[in-house]
Design a protein around this ligand. Structure first.
Ligand code: NAD
Length: 470
């Protein structure tokens, strides 16, 4: 069977790293292969009463840890190949950030920009029922999450359908993550992938040696960034790069075209303009370019593809002017494209590390759903009382009192969102250093090879320890 370009890129990235490992050939085949696929077609009624037959997939790549985990996307481009490649990336991603899940992915072949809310809901609920029928969903089996073209709303429908069809399940809401807060979601999940992307780029750009190698000074502040895709991941990454990192957002590319302003533009205002008018066109203070794809090639320091795979290929890699390509999307840089970037001294921050913030926070949400209690509930007041007593002790020892606003800031008990964000930040920093350490100590060619190697070795070790082979 002829494989798609994205599938081939993931496979070639894997093989390149596998060649550097001491893992046996048989085990490498098991780590690489996709263990189970469900391909389905089901009828859904359109708003006008007509029946449409919808094609969809769910791939469970690796059972070395259970449940398997991975997003569900709506896209016209969804195929079996694409779903398997994305599921494989999920396995490697989970291993990198130390989340104890195997990888999975789901896809529904529909254009998300053309669906009414009612049709979307019927498709999502029917898809969930199909997964239940074949035992492809459940808190201990396979746990979906949002991806391209889906969000909290769809995850809420999945949770509701599952809960109603699996009445005896003790923790039904743990069957899916990325749910709305009112349905046992977790604060911080919506922005988690984009925020994780920001932490990843920030950590990399703090490394003076690595920045010298790509011809930049250390730090994000003042660096020019071009973002492709102003959806969940792209919007949040751009927001944090601008607001926390003080980067200059020089370009924003969307389906309909792109904005370019070398001195920067305000992400919030651009987003508001697009929500209000349905297009980037007409945003004041930036040049609108109808051929949006060409803006990938404009001058900048960091290029942040956050839309779809295979955006930088052998065709355009020679014209990319960025010094760093940060893969916020899955698979935006193809294998041949990366070879050209690398020859030109452009560094790629790989997807399997950089966008792993989403699954990291999904893990926290899953834990919370299974525990049946939010993380802060057992700590927050206790922490507040401890801090109050500390402040009072200092006041009585010094004879000086702390002003009410400062006191409020000092004594506030940790919130669930504070805990989630801090744990996400720690995960992204720690995982980066583990990959970087492999990169340097094993003298590997690049960060992607180091990241793949780290995950291959971890998954192989997990299979060995669990002795699952008959
Ligand atoms: P999304 O649907 O919220 O946003 C995608 C955006 O890309 C949309 O605004 C869409 O209009 C835009 N887009 C589509 N085609 C484009 C084109 N040709 N040029 C420019 N923009 C285009 O999806 P998302 O959740 O932000 O996912 C984006 C990428 O990040 C995907 O590769 C996904 O697999 C990956 N990812 C998402 C998550 C998550 O938590 N949502 C986690 C990890 C990885």
């Amino acid at each position: 069977m002829a494989r798609g370009k994205f599938f081939q890129s993931v496979s070639r990235y894997f093989d390149r790293a596998a060649a550097q490992s001491a893992v046996t050939a048989g085990m490498l085949r098991q780590v690489k292969t996709c263990n189970a696929v469900y391909r389905m077609r089901f009828p859904v009624r359109e708003d006008n009463g007509h029946i449409t037959v919808v094609e969809a997939f769910r791939a469970e790549h690796s059972f070395h840890r259970l449940p398997t985990k991975g997003g569900i996307r709506f896209s016209r481009r969804v195929s079996l190949d694409e779903t398997i490649a994305l599921a494989a990336l999920m396995s490697y991603k989970c291993a990198i950030v130390g989340v104890p899940f195997g990888g999975a992915k789901g896809g529904i072949v529909l254009d998300p920009s053309k669906l009414s809310s009612g049709f979307r809901e019927r498709v999502t609920r029917r898809y969930t029922a199909e997964l239940i029928r074949k035992n492809f969903i459940g808190p201990d089996i396979d746990v979906p999450a949002p991806d391209y073209g889906t969000g909290e709303r769809e995850m809420g429908w999945i949770a509701d359908t599952y809960k109603n069809l699996r009445m005896n399940e003790p923790h039904p809401y743990a069957c899916v993550t990325g749910k709305p807060l009112g349905m046992q979601g977790i604060p911080g999940r919506k922005q988690a992938t984009g925020l994780g992307v920001y932490y990843g780029i920030r950590t990399f750009m703090e490394q003076a040696d690595d920045m010298k190698a790509v011809g930049l000074t250390p730090g994000i502040a003042g660096k020019r960034v071009i973002v492709q895709g102003l959806g969940n991941v792209g919007y949040h990454a751009a927001h944090y790069l601008q607001c926390d990192g003080k980067a200059v957002i020089a370009g924003i590319i969307e389906r309909e075209g792109a904005l370019y302003a070398p001195d920067g533009m305000d992400v919030e205002s651009v987003n508001r303009h697009r929500l209000d008018t349905g297009s980037l066109e007409g945003f004041p203070g930036a040049e609108y370019i109808k051929e949006g794809h060409s803006v990938l090639e404009k001058d900048c320091d960091v290029l942040l593809p956050a839309a779809l795979e295979e955006q930088i290929t052998a065709e355009n890699a020679g014209r990319i002017q960025a010094r760093i390509v940060a893969e916020a999307a899955n698979g935006p840089v193809g294998f041949d494209g990366e070879a050209i970037l690398s020859q030109r001294g452009i560094c790629t921050l790989p997807d399997l590390y950089l966008n792993a913030g989403g699954v990291t926070v999904s893990y926290f949400e899953w834990l919370k759903n299974r525990a049946g209690v939010s993380f802060d509930r057992m700590f927050s007041r206790h922490e507040e009382l401890t801090k109050i007593s500390l402040v009072e002790t200092i006041e009585s020892m010094t004879g000086r009192s702390v002003s009410p606003p400062v006191r409020r800031q000092l004594v506030h008990g940790v919130s669930e969102e504070d805990m989630v964000v801090a744990a996400l930040e720690q995960t992204m920093i720690q995982s980066f250093h583990q990959i970087r350490e492999r990169w340097k100590s094993r003298k590997l060619h690049d960060l992607r090879t180091a990241a793949f190697l780290l995950s291959i070795e971890r998954i192989a070790e997990s299979y060995e320890q669990h002795g699952i082979f008959p």
